[in-house]
Structures are given as structure tokens and as C-alpha cells.
Design a protein around this ligand. Structure first.
Ligand code: NAD
Length: 298
């Protein structure tokens, strides 16, 4: 889709997701000004036709829309609460936090920006690096309908846009989605190992699960694409997944909803995060399980 008039987007965070997402905006005809702490990420962005700058403040200067695609709420707040960030914004700019952040902190941040006349929405995504490359993400948008409408042309570039409620709602639903995703990935890996030990063929197991009630995004996508081939290269870090799981469990606790299974999943993923490399892909939870089994630990 081509923007009706050329719109300038300031993009902060050109990592595994931000790189393909910013490239899709460029391909759709938007002017994109980008910043990342990483020199390599900025160089890759410039090679793709983006205008790379050397600070977040410069990236958001005189743009229509700001997109943040950063690791977590701590980083998002460090960027947005820098007084120079606010000074660089036009009051007409809409700030979109597309990172997977903490919903209550997002509400507070939106209120802070709102007090200075700047609108903010949250629009985290699901679909991974491949979904980002192909424009097939699910975009979960929280915010005032008028603010969402003002940036719909930008969000449409990324995939299916779903309005989910007021600001912070996108971040809540995203965390809950990833708690589900992580829990069934670990459960699937456990089932696969038990089956292998019994002598079942992994490909046959997956084929049966995928036409039966045990199927999920783990059996349909993650096991066949990243685990069984041993590539473990989905592009989504294990520590980022664990961050999202903790957000979801905290959300349950705050509302008084039971979350015993979720807490157990967090405990197991936390153990994996301690034992695996800091940069481990989240699909390496399968490798971790095998290591634990080989050592005879729990
Ligand atoms: P990533 O670690 O690959 O990228 C984050 C980028 O932010 C890095 O390039 C880093 O250099 C940059 N950065 C950190 N601090 C910065 C700062 N102060 N200023 C500017 N840049 C800074 O992470 P990612 O996989 O792209 O994920 C980004 C967000 O999207 C996370 O919240 C993650 O949970 C979420 N997410 C990731 C995926 C995925 O498949 N990778 C899918 C959906 C959602």
C-alpha cells in the first residue's frame, strides 16, 4: 500500500524485528528515519534506503509517526522519558510502542506523553521475523480509536491490525499470547522427547499432532522449522520470551486470576535462561530439555 502523502516515520530499534519492519515501510513508500544503538543495524538500515541517524532524538525529530521496537519497558521508558525526546516531537506526532512492553507502565507512559499533548498507542506484534518480512504480523492495537485511525496506513504495512481496547491492552494481550506460546512449546518438547524415548519417529508424531487436538503454533511451525532441523534460528530470543511470560503472570496476579501452570512454566524457562547462552533463541528450550535429560536432572 502507498501512503496518500509521503509521511515521515521515526523508527527506534532496528533489531531482529525492527529491521524487516522498517524495510517494509520503505518499500511501501514511507520516508523512514531510523536509530539503533548498534552501528551494524544502522548501516543495514541505510543500505536498505533508510535515513540512519545517531540518536533517538534525531530519529523522532519532525516526523508524523514514531515507532519504538525495543526490548522492553525499561528501554522504552529510557528513550521516551529523556526530556530531549519530548522536545524533538511535534504535538501532531503519534508515538506507537510496538515492543512487547508492560501494560501498566505503557498506560503511565501514555499519560505522561498525553500531559504534554502527544498521543501514544501500543501495537505489539506476533508472527516472528518471517511474519515481519512478509507483512503477515498480527498487530494488537491498544489506544483511542481516533489515534489508531491516524496511523492505520502505517500499521497496515505490517499485517493484520486488530483493535483490542484502550492503551495498554495490546501489551496485555501480547504477553498472554506469549505465555500460551511458551507453555505449549515446552509441553510439546516434553511430549516429543517422551515419544522419541518410546521409539516413535518425531516426523510421524508431528504429522499426527498436526491433524489432532494436540496441534498448536509449536507443532505447526516451531518444531518443524527450527527444532527438528536443529537450526534454532527463529530470531526471537529466549530471554525476551521469558520477559513476556513474567509480564503475563504479573497481570494474572494483579487481577487475582489463578496462574499456577503459568508460574511453573516461568520457573522452567527461567532455569533454561540461566543455563543457556544469553543470546539463545527461544526454540532452544528444546535443546535445554535434552541437556537436562542427559544429565539426569529433574
Ligand atoms: P532485538 O534484541 O533483536 O532488537 C532490539 C534492538 O533494540 C537491538 O538492535 C538493540 O540494539 C536496540 N536497542 C536497545 N536499546 C536501545 C536504545 N536505547 N536505543 C536504540 N536502540 C536500542 O529484539 P527483537 O527480537 O527485534 O524484539 C523487539 C521487541 O519485539 C521485543 O519487545 C520483543 O519481545 C518483541 N517481539 C519480538 C519478536 C521476534 O520474533 N523477534 C516477535 C514479536 C515481538
Amino acid at each position: 500500500m502507498t501512503p496518500s502523502s509521503t509521511r515521515r516515520v521515526g523508527f527506534v530499534g532496528l533489531g531482529a524485528m525492527g529491521t524487516p519492519m522498517s524495510q517494509r515501510l520503505l518499500a511501501a513508500g514511507f520516508e523512514v528515519v531510523g536509530f539503533d544503538l548498534s552501528d551494524a543495524a544502522r548501516a543495514q538500515f541505510a543500505d536498505a534506503g533508510g535515513q540512519a541517524v545517531d540518536s533517538a532524538t534525531r530519529a523522532v525529530n519532525a516526523v508524523d509517526v514514531v515507532i519504538l521496537m525495543l526490548p522492553d519497558s525499561n528501554v522504552v521508558e529510557a528513550v521516551v522519558r529523556d526530556p530531549a525526546f519530548l522536545e524533538s516531537l511535534q504535538t501532531s506526532t503519534v508515538v506507537i510502542d510496538m515492543s512487547s512492553s508492560e501494560p501498566l507502565r505503557t498506560r503511565e507512559l501514555a499519560a505522561y506523553l498525553g500531559a504534554h499533548g502527544v498521543r501514544m498507542i501500543d501495537a505489539p506484534v506476533s508472527g516472528g521475523v518471517v511474519g515481519a518480512q512478509k507483512g503477515r504480523l498480527t498487530v494488537m492495537v491498544g489506544g483511542e480509536p481516533d489515534d489508531v485511525a491516524a496511523v492505520k496506513d502505517v500499521l497496515d504495512v505490517f499485517g493484520r491490525v486488530v483493535g483490542v481496547g484502550p492503551v495498554g491492552s495490546g501489551h496485555a494481550i501480547k504477553a498472554l499470547n506469549n505465555l500460551l506460546s511458551a507453555t505449549h512449546l515446552l509441553a510439546t518438547c516434553e511430549a516429543m522427547l517422551a515419544g522419541q524415548q518410546f521409539g516413535l519417529d518425531p516426523e510421524v508424531m508431528l504429522s499426527v499432532f498436526n491433524s489432532s487436538s494436540g496441534r498448536s503454533g509449536s507443532t505447526e511451525t516451531k518444531l518443524p522449522n527450527f527444532v527438528l532441523p536443529g537450526t534454532f534460528n527463529s530470531g526471537f530470543g529466549l530471554r525476551l520470551m521469558l520477559k513476556d511470560m513474567k509480564i503475563a503472570v504479573q497481570l494474572a496476579d494483579q487481577g487475582g486470576a489463578p496462574c499456577d501452570l503459568g508460574k511453573e512454566a516461568v520457573a522452567l524457562w527461567s532455569q533454561a535462561a540461566e543455563e543457556l547462552d544469553a543470546r539463545a533463541d527461544h526454540t532452544e528450550i528444546a535443546r535445554w530439555l535434552k541437556i537436562v535429560e542427559a544429565n539426569g536432572a529433574p
